[in-house]
Ligand binder design. Structure first.
Ligand code: PBG
Length: 337
Protein backbone atom coordinates (compact mmCIF):
# COMPACT_ATOMS: atom_id res chain seq x y z
CA UNK A 1 0.00 0.00 0.00
CA UNK A 2 1.47 3.37 -0.98
CA UNK A 3 0.79 6.79 0.49
CA UNK A 4 -1.56 7.82 -2.33
CA UNK A 5 -4.03 5.12 -1.28
CA UNK A 6 -3.86 5.83 2.43
CA UNK A 7 -7.30 6.54 3.84
CA UNK A 8 -9.23 5.33 0.75
CA UNK A 9 -11.71 2.51 1.38
CA UNK A 10 -10.22 0.54 -1.51
CA UNK A 11 -6.98 0.33 0.39
CA UNK A 12 -8.51 -2.15 2.83
CA UNK A 13 -8.37 -5.82 1.99
CA UNK A 14 -11.22 -7.49 0.16
CA UNK A 15 -9.76 -10.93 0.76
CA UNK A 16 -10.09 -11.70 4.45
CA UNK A 17 -9.11 -15.14 5.79
CA UNK A 18 -10.53 -14.04 9.15
CA UNK A 19 -14.09 -14.43 7.75
CA UNK A 20 -13.67 -18.17 8.13
CA UNK A 21 -12.60 -17.84 11.77
CA UNK A 22 -15.57 -15.87 13.07
CA UNK A 23 -17.56 -18.50 15.00
CA UNK A 24 -16.88 -21.93 16.48
CA UNK A 25 -19.29 -23.45 13.94
CA UNK A 26 -17.45 -21.76 11.07
CA UNK A 27 -14.06 -22.90 12.33
CA UNK A 28 -15.37 -26.40 12.81
CA UNK A 29 -16.73 -26.50 9.28
CA UNK A 30 -13.49 -25.43 7.63
CA UNK A 31 -11.13 -27.45 9.85
CA UNK A 32 -8.79 -29.49 7.67
CA UNK A 33 -8.15 -32.09 10.33
CA UNK A 34 -9.95 -33.37 13.39
CA UNK A 35 -9.22 -35.87 16.10
CA UNK A 36 -11.15 -39.10 16.11
CA UNK A 37 -10.91 -42.07 18.48
CA UNK A 38 -10.32 -44.40 15.52
CA UNK A 39 -6.98 -42.66 14.89
CA UNK A 40 -5.67 -43.37 18.37
CA UNK A 41 -3.64 -46.30 19.68
CA UNK A 42 -2.95 -46.76 23.39
CA UNK A 43 0.53 -48.00 24.37
CA UNK A 44 0.28 -49.97 27.64
CA UNK A 45 2.75 -51.62 30.00
CA UNK A 46 2.05 -54.85 31.82
CA UNK A 47 4.33 -56.07 34.58
CA UNK A 48 4.71 -59.59 35.80
CA UNK A 49 4.21 -60.45 39.44
CA UNK A 50 2.17 -57.49 40.65
CA UNK A 51 -1.47 -57.47 41.72
CA UNK A 52 -1.92 -53.69 41.82
CA UNK A 53 -0.91 -51.21 39.11
CA UNK A 54 2.39 -49.44 39.84
CA UNK A 55 2.55 -45.72 38.97
CA UNK A 56 5.40 -44.57 36.70
CA UNK A 57 6.89 -41.53 38.43
CA UNK A 58 8.05 -39.76 35.29
CA UNK A 59 4.74 -40.37 33.49
CA UNK A 60 2.03 -39.13 35.87
CA UNK A 61 -1.23 -40.92 35.04
CA UNK A 62 0.47 -43.88 33.34
CA UNK A 63 1.04 -47.16 35.20
CA UNK A 64 2.68 -50.52 34.89
CA UNK A 65 -0.44 -52.63 34.76
CA UNK A 66 -1.16 -55.84 36.52
CA UNK A 67 -2.80 -58.43 34.26
CA UNK A 68 -6.17 -57.51 35.74
CA UNK A 69 -5.81 -53.78 35.44
CA UNK A 70 -4.59 -54.17 31.85
CA UNK A 71 -7.79 -56.03 30.95
CA UNK A 72 -9.81 -53.19 32.43
CA UNK A 73 -7.75 -50.56 30.57
CA UNK A 74 -8.25 -52.45 27.31
CA UNK A 75 -12.00 -52.68 27.86
CA UNK A 76 -12.14 -48.98 28.69
CA UNK A 77 -10.16 -48.09 25.55
CA UNK A 78 -12.46 -50.23 23.40
CA UNK A 79 -15.57 -48.65 24.93
CA UNK A 80 -14.15 -45.20 24.13
CA UNK A 81 -13.68 -46.18 20.48
CA UNK A 82 -9.88 -46.25 20.55
CA UNK A 83 -8.50 -48.09 17.50
CA UNK A 84 -5.87 -50.27 19.08
CA UNK A 85 -3.58 -51.08 21.97
CA UNK A 86 0.18 -51.64 21.80
CA UNK A 87 1.44 -53.90 24.58
CA UNK A 88 4.84 -53.85 26.26
CA UNK A 89 5.68 -56.62 28.72
CA UNK A 90 7.86 -56.17 31.79
CA UNK A 91 9.06 -59.56 33.07
CA UNK A 92 10.28 -60.28 36.56
CA UNK A 93 13.85 -59.03 36.86
CA UNK A 94 15.25 -62.49 37.63
CA UNK A 95 13.83 -63.91 34.39
CA UNK A 96 15.74 -61.52 32.12
CA UNK A 97 18.79 -63.12 30.52
CA UNK A 98 21.24 -62.54 27.67
CA UNK A 99 18.94 -63.83 24.93
CA UNK A 100 15.62 -62.58 26.29
CA UNK A 101 14.00 -65.91 27.16
CA UNK A 102 10.75 -64.34 28.46
CA UNK A 103 10.20 -63.09 24.91
CA UNK A 104 9.86 -66.59 23.48
CA UNK A 105 8.26 -68.30 26.47
CA UNK A 106 4.59 -68.88 25.59
CA UNK A 107 3.87 -68.01 29.23
CA UNK A 108 6.05 -64.88 29.20
CA UNK A 109 4.22 -61.84 30.51
CA UNK A 110 3.67 -60.27 27.10
CA UNK A 111 2.15 -63.45 25.71
CA UNK A 112 -0.11 -63.81 28.76
CA UNK A 113 -1.20 -60.22 28.36
CA UNK A 114 -1.96 -60.73 24.66
CA UNK A 115 -4.19 -63.67 25.50
CA UNK A 116 -5.85 -61.71 28.33
CA UNK A 117 -6.56 -58.71 26.16
CA UNK A 118 -7.87 -60.78 23.26
CA UNK A 119 -10.13 -62.62 25.70
CA UNK A 120 -11.38 -59.29 26.98
CA UNK A 121 -11.90 -57.32 23.76
CA UNK A 122 -11.80 -59.94 20.99
CA UNK A 123 -11.50 -58.03 17.72
CA UNK A 124 -12.94 -54.76 19.06
CA UNK A 125 -9.44 -53.33 19.44
CA UNK A 126 -6.53 -53.97 17.11
CA UNK A 127 -4.24 -55.79 19.53
CA UNK A 128 -0.56 -55.06 18.91
CA UNK A 129 2.64 -56.08 20.62
CA UNK A 130 6.12 -54.65 20.77
CA UNK A 131 8.54 -56.94 19.01
CA UNK A 132 11.87 -56.14 20.61
CA UNK A 133 14.33 -57.66 23.03
CA UNK A 134 15.09 -54.69 25.27
CA UNK A 135 12.38 -55.40 27.81
CA UNK A 136 13.43 -59.03 28.28
CA UNK A 137 17.24 -59.01 28.24
CA UNK A 138 19.48 -58.37 31.23
CA UNK A 139 21.70 -55.90 29.30
CA UNK A 140 18.80 -53.79 28.02
CA UNK A 141 19.81 -53.59 24.36
CA UNK A 142 17.32 -54.19 21.58
CA UNK A 143 19.25 -57.20 20.33
CA UNK A 144 21.54 -59.99 21.45
CA UNK A 145 25.24 -59.22 21.88
CA UNK A 146 28.24 -60.81 20.19
CA UNK A 147 31.41 -61.84 22.01
CA UNK A 148 32.72 -58.27 21.80
CA UNK A 149 29.55 -56.88 23.39
CA UNK A 150 28.18 -55.36 20.16
CA UNK A 151 24.57 -55.77 19.12
CA UNK A 152 24.60 -58.68 16.65
CA UNK A 153 22.15 -57.84 13.88
CA UNK A 154 21.60 -61.25 12.34
CA UNK A 155 21.58 -63.25 15.55
CA UNK A 156 18.95 -60.78 16.75
CA UNK A 157 16.79 -61.40 13.66
CA UNK A 158 16.61 -65.07 14.56
CA UNK A 159 15.33 -64.17 18.04
CA UNK A 160 12.79 -61.69 16.62
CA UNK A 161 11.49 -64.42 14.30
CA UNK A 162 10.87 -66.77 17.23
CA UNK A 163 9.27 -64.00 19.28
CA UNK A 164 7.03 -63.02 16.39
CA UNK A 165 5.59 -66.51 16.07
CA UNK A 166 5.00 -66.77 19.82
CA UNK A 167 3.28 -63.37 19.90
CA UNK A 168 1.13 -64.26 16.89
CA UNK A 169 0.15 -67.52 18.57
CA UNK A 170 -0.83 -65.57 21.68
CA UNK A 171 -3.28 -63.55 19.61
CA UNK A 172 -1.60 -60.36 18.36
CA UNK A 173 -3.23 -58.85 15.28
CA UNK A 174 -0.24 -56.61 14.59
CA UNK A 175 3.41 -56.80 15.58
CA UNK A 176 5.60 -53.74 15.97
CA UNK A 177 9.26 -54.57 15.27
CA UNK A 178 10.94 -51.68 17.10
CA UNK A 179 14.58 -52.75 17.40
CA UNK A 180 15.96 -51.06 14.24
CA UNK A 181 17.87 -54.16 13.11
CA UNK A 182 18.55 -54.24 9.38
CA UNK A 183 16.21 -56.62 7.59
CA UNK A 184 13.88 -57.12 10.57
CA UNK A 185 10.64 -56.60 8.67
CA UNK A 186 11.44 -59.07 5.89
CA UNK A 187 12.88 -61.66 8.27
CA UNK A 188 9.91 -61.54 10.61
CA UNK A 189 7.45 -61.55 7.69
CA UNK A 190 8.93 -64.78 6.34
CA UNK A 191 8.89 -66.40 9.77
CA UNK A 192 5.25 -65.48 10.31
CA UNK A 193 4.25 -66.75 6.88
CA UNK A 194 6.14 -69.99 7.33
CA UNK A 195 4.27 -70.57 10.60
CA UNK A 196 0.91 -69.90 8.94
CA UNK A 197 0.37 -66.40 10.36
CA UNK A 198 -0.19 -64.68 7.02
CA UNK A 199 -2.84 -62.34 8.41
CA UNK A 200 -0.73 -60.95 11.23
CA UNK A 201 0.29 -57.46 10.08
CA UNK A 202 3.54 -55.60 10.64
CA UNK A 203 3.66 -52.02 11.82
CA UNK A 204 7.28 -51.17 11.01
CA UNK A 205 9.13 -48.73 13.21
CA UNK A 206 10.61 -47.26 10.05
CA UNK A 207 12.29 -44.12 11.28
CA UNK A 208 13.18 -44.57 14.91
CA UNK A 209 15.66 -42.11 16.29
CA UNK A 210 18.17 -42.47 19.12
CA UNK A 211 16.26 -40.01 21.29
CA UNK A 212 16.65 -38.50 24.72
CA UNK A 213 12.86 -38.33 24.83
CA UNK A 214 12.68 -42.08 25.60
CA UNK A 215 13.87 -41.34 29.15
CA UNK A 216 10.64 -42.02 31.04
CA UNK A 217 10.02 -45.23 29.04
CA UNK A 218 13.15 -46.69 30.55
CA UNK A 219 11.49 -46.38 33.96
CA UNK A 220 8.24 -47.74 32.54
CA UNK A 221 9.87 -51.01 31.45
CA UNK A 222 12.44 -51.23 34.26
CA UNK A 223 15.11 -51.01 31.57
CA UNK A 224 18.52 -52.50 32.31
CA UNK A 225 20.26 -50.44 29.61
CA UNK A 226 23.63 -48.89 30.23
CA UNK A 227 25.02 -46.84 27.37
CA UNK A 228 22.93 -45.92 24.35
CA UNK A 229 21.35 -47.24 21.15
CA UNK A 230 23.26 -45.10 18.66
CA UNK A 231 24.62 -48.01 16.63
CA UNK A 232 21.14 -49.12 15.61
CA UNK A 233 18.68 -46.24 16.05
CA UNK A 234 18.90 -43.30 13.67
CA UNK A 235 20.91 -40.16 14.26
CA UNK A 236 18.60 -37.20 15.01
CA UNK A 237 20.63 -35.19 12.49
CA UNK A 238 19.37 -37.29 9.56
CA UNK A 239 16.10 -36.70 7.72
CA UNK A 240 16.83 -38.10 4.27
CA UNK A 241 18.04 -41.35 5.79
CA UNK A 242 14.49 -41.99 7.00
CA UNK A 243 13.46 -42.36 3.36
CA UNK A 244 16.10 -45.02 2.88
CA UNK A 245 14.76 -46.96 5.85
CA UNK A 246 11.29 -46.47 4.41
CA UNK A 247 12.20 -47.96 1.02
CA UNK A 248 13.67 -51.00 2.74
CA UNK A 249 10.69 -51.55 5.04
CA UNK A 250 8.25 -51.32 2.17
CA UNK A 251 10.33 -53.67 0.03
CA UNK A 252 10.42 -56.11 2.96
CA UNK A 253 6.64 -56.09 3.25
CA UNK A 254 5.73 -53.57 5.95
CA UNK A 255 1.95 -53.16 6.11
CA UNK A 256 2.14 -49.84 7.95
CA UNK A 257 5.03 -47.57 8.82
CA UNK A 258 5.80 -45.42 11.82
CA UNK A 259 7.90 -42.41 12.75
CA UNK A 260 9.14 -42.08 16.31
CA UNK A 261 9.48 -39.89 18.36
CA UNK A 262 6.63 -37.63 17.26
CA UNK A 263 6.78 -33.89 17.75
CA UNK A 264 10.54 -33.39 17.32
CA UNK A 265 10.31 -35.32 14.01
CA UNK A 266 7.25 -33.81 12.31
CA UNK A 267 9.38 -33.00 9.27
CA UNK A 268 10.29 -36.67 8.93
CA UNK A 269 6.65 -37.69 9.41
CA UNK A 270 5.61 -35.27 6.67
CA UNK A 271 8.22 -36.59 4.23
CA UNK A 272 7.30 -40.20 4.95
CA UNK A 273 3.56 -39.54 4.65
CA UNK A 274 4.08 -37.83 1.30
CA UNK A 275 6.08 -40.77 -0.02
CA UNK A 276 3.89 -43.78 0.74
CA UNK A 277 0.65 -45.53 -0.09
CA UNK A 278 0.50 -47.50 3.18
CA UNK A 279 -0.96 -46.14 6.46
CA UNK A 280 1.41 -44.00 8.51
CA UNK A 281 1.64 -43.84 12.29
CA UNK A 282 3.35 -41.40 14.63
CA UNK A 283 4.40 -42.35 18.17
CA UNK A 284 4.05 -39.58 20.73
CA UNK A 285 6.54 -41.00 23.17
CA UNK A 286 7.07 -41.00 26.90
CA UNK A 287 9.22 -37.85 27.04
CA UNK A 288 6.70 -35.88 25.02
CA UNK A 289 3.98 -37.00 27.42
CA UNK A 290 6.11 -36.16 30.45
CA UNK A 291 6.95 -32.65 29.22
CA UNK A 292 3.31 -31.68 28.80
CA UNK A 293 2.20 -33.27 32.07
CA UNK A 294 5.03 -31.63 34.02
CA UNK A 295 4.40 -28.16 32.60
CA UNK A 296 0.64 -28.51 33.09
CA UNK A 297 1.15 -29.61 36.70
CA UNK A 298 2.97 -26.31 37.31
CA UNK A 299 0.21 -24.35 35.65
CA UNK A 300 2.53 -23.38 32.81
CA UNK A 301 0.42 -24.90 30.05
CA UNK A 302 -3.29 -25.51 29.53
CA UNK A 303 -3.10 -29.29 29.63
CA UNK A 304 -6.06 -30.32 27.47
CA UNK A 305 -5.52 -27.69 24.80
CA UNK A 306 -1.84 -28.59 24.59
CA UNK A 307 -2.62 -32.29 24.23
CA UNK A 308 -5.14 -31.65 21.48
CA UNK A 309 -2.77 -29.33 19.66
CA UNK A 310 0.04 -31.89 19.67
CA UNK A 311 -2.26 -34.62 18.38
CA UNK A 312 -3.69 -32.37 15.68
CA UNK A 313 -0.14 -31.54 14.60
CA UNK A 314 0.44 -35.22 13.84
CA UNK A 315 -2.68 -35.33 11.68
CA UNK A 316 -1.63 -32.17 9.87
CA UNK A 317 1.82 -33.62 9.20
CA UNK A 318 0.19 -36.66 7.60
CA UNK A 319 -0.26 -39.33 10.28
CA UNK A 320 -3.22 -41.68 9.92
CA UNK A 321 -2.70 -43.18 13.37
CA UNK A 322 -1.19 -41.82 16.57
CA UNK A 323 0.20 -43.84 19.44
CA UNK A 324 -0.36 -41.75 22.54
CA UNK A 325 -0.59 -42.43 26.26
CA UNK A 326 -3.59 -40.07 26.25
CA UNK A 327 -5.54 -42.22 23.75
CA UNK A 328 -8.42 -43.24 26.00
CA UNK A 329 -8.82 -39.83 27.61
CA UNK A 330 -8.85 -38.02 24.26
CA UNK A 331 -11.18 -40.59 22.71
CA UNK A 332 -13.58 -40.05 25.60
CA UNK A 333 -13.38 -36.29 25.08
CA UNK A 334 -14.15 -36.46 21.36
CA UNK A 335 -16.51 -39.40 21.24
CA UNK A 336 -17.12 -41.77 18.38
CA UNK A 337 -19.25 -39.31 16.35
C1 PBG B 1 12.10 -50.33 22.34
C2 PBG B 1 11.12 -49.22 22.53
C3 PBG B 1 11.36 -47.99 23.15
C4 PBG B 1 10.14 -47.28 23.10
C5 PBG B 1 9.22 -48.11 22.48
N1 PBG B 1 9.85 -49.29 22.11
C6 PBG B 1 12.53 -47.46 23.85
C7 PBG B 1 13.81 -47.31 23.18
O1 PBG B 1 13.95 -47.50 21.97
O2 PBG B 1 14.77 -46.98 23.89
C8 PBG B 1 9.92 -45.91 23.63
C9 PBG B 1 8.52 -45.53 23.87
C10 PBG B 1 8.38 -44.28 24.65
O3 PBG B 1 9.38 -43.63 25.00
O4 PBG B 1 7.23 -43.91 24.94
N2 PBG B 1 11.47 -51.57 22.52
Amino acid sequence: MNDANAGFPGAFPTVRPRRLRTTPAMRRMVAEHRLHPADLILPAFVREGIDQPVPIGSMPGVVQHSRDSLRKAAAEAAAAGVAGIMLFGVPEEAKKDAVGSPGTDPDGILQQALRDVRAEVGDDLVVMSDLCLDEVVDHGHCGVLDAAGRVDNDATLARYAEMAVVQAEAGAHVLGPSGMMDGQVGYVRRALDAAGHRDVALLAYTAKYASAFYGPFREAVNSSLKGDRKTYQQDPANGREALRELELDLAEGADMVMVKPGLPYLDVLCRVADAVTVPVAAYQISGEYAMVEAAAERGWLDRDRTIDETLTAFKRAGADMILTYWATEVAQRYGRA
